[in-house]
Design a binder for this molecule. Structure first.
Ligand SMILES: NC(=O)c1ccc[n+]([C@@H]2O[C@H](COP(=O)([O-])OP(=O)(O)OC[C@H]3O[C@@H](n4cnc5c(N)ncnc54)[C@H](OP(=O)(O)O)[C@@H]3O)[C@@H](O)[C@H]2O)c1
Length: 353
């Protein structure tokens, strides 16, 4: 039996590790040949123990990416939503595959609802709500929006017809990732935005927020994000009419939070662990924004959406914003337990969208 060759990027990461975990447990796993792009020999060795082939390299290895994509039926791109060169290399490999075999391969590309973000600076909630079923609304987004340059190249490849493209746009993912890849220290257990807020708040010994925290963002739990990838993978590989190309946008959203509420929960939890001064979050100064967020007020933006297309293919997330708020204290406890925040060591993230 011919195996389905699957290439994954970001396997040592939060999303990628969660999706790879699910691929390894998939009912058809024995018919998959999975190759993961890995940046270190040490992690490559550990991953191989799970029956995963590895390609040692990075997004800068354009030739390797092109070559492996040209041999893949499916690619899960989950490393960096903003790396145009890597996306182009994968698409170029797929084009070669199509031209030599006539097969139309499948791309599941990771973007994010940061593409919908505005510049509210934490001062107001927008009324604008995007739907992943409303393609003309998505097409009205400026090409300068976060992730959008890469998304546009992906959609254009889908339009040309040599690949079926599906773009998954998770929102604020929360919760600790679980499974053997995380237990073995191969993949990263933590998300981006909430840990970034925790990191900043921990360092200044006080929960903080951008502006007044009046902005809104969608949220989604990590295991339910992995569900979405799996449902889409199953659909795309069994039914070529699964929305793709221009229509192939899938938001990851199962609730919406007010930034103030998250910042308040962080402030409260920091008081509980003896680190925070007050349960009331205070506004990040410009100095704070420079120190922790590269000068950006991004975490004061709005990003509002409804994952209607994702639900239309059978995705049924059940977690709510209440679960997100409840996840904050365990997240802080785990960051402390694992030594990722302490007096000396702060979690080393420089990207938070
Ligand atoms: N987490 C969220 O809430 C969220 C929401 C929406 C969108 N996203 C986007 O999804 C993507 C993945 O996010 P994540 O939370 O899973 O991040 P993560 O935990 O930091 O994982 C990133 C993964 O990509 C790999 N990687 C990064 N740069 C690479 C490069 N140049 N070459 C090869 N591999 C590289 C990392 O490898 P190493 O282990 O070697 O560093 C790691 O496996 C990001 O673009 C992020 O913006 C995340």
């Amino acid at each position: 039996m011919t195996k389905t060759s699957i290439f994954v990027t970001g396997a040592t990461g939060y999303i990628g590790g969660s999706v790879l975990t699910r691929l390894l447990a998939h009912p058809n796993a024995s018919s998959f040949e999975i190759t993961a792009l890995v940046r270190t020999q040490e992690k490559a060795k550990l991953l191989e123990e799970f029956g995963v082939k590895t390609l040692l390299g990075s997004h800068s290895d354009i030739d390797k990416l092109e070559e492996v994509a040209s041999k893949s039926n499916v690619v899960f791109a989950m490393a960096n939503a903003d790396d145009l060169g890597a996306a182009k290399a994968i698409l170029s490999g797929f084009k070669k595959r199509y031209e030599t075999t006539g097969e139309i391969p499948i791309l599941l590309h990771t973007s994010g609802t940061g593409v919908l973000s505005d510049r509210a600076d934490g001062l107001y909630a927008t009324e604008t709500v995007y739907s992943d079923l409303n393609i003309s609304q998505i097409e009205s987004l400026a090409p300068t929006q976060p992730h959008r340059d890469v998304d546009l190249v992906v959609v254009e490849a889908g339009r040309q017809g040599y690949v079926r493209t599906h773009i998954i746009l998770p929102s604020t993912i929360y919760g600790l990732a679980t499974g053997p890849l995380f237990d073995k220290g191969i993949s990263n257990r933590h998300s981006v935005q909430v840990p970034a807020l925790i990191k900043a708040s921990w360092d200044r010994s006080q929960g903080g927020m951008v502006g007044e925290g009046k902005n809104l963002w969608p949220d989604v739990e990590i295991h339910e994000v992995a569900d979405l990838y799996m449902i889409l993978f199953d659909r795309a590989t069994s039914d070529p009419t699964t929305p793709n190309g221009r229509e192939g946008f899938y938001f990851g959203e199962s609730g919406e939070y007010l930034m103030y509420d998250v910042c308040k929960a962080i402030a409260k939890a920091l008081v509980e662990v003896g680190r925070g001064k007050s349960e009331e979050p205070t506004t990040f100064t410009q100095e704070d924004l420079n120190k922790y967020f590269g000068g950006s007020a991004y975490l004061g933006s709005n990003s509002r959406c409804r994952a209607e297309r994702s639900r239309s293919i059978g995705w049924k997330p059940v977690k709510t914003t209440k679960d997100m708020i409840l996840s904050i204290k365990p997240e802080i406890d785990e960051l402390i337990r694992s030594g990722r925040i302490s007096e000396k060591a702060l979690p080393g993230r420089d990207q938070y969208y």
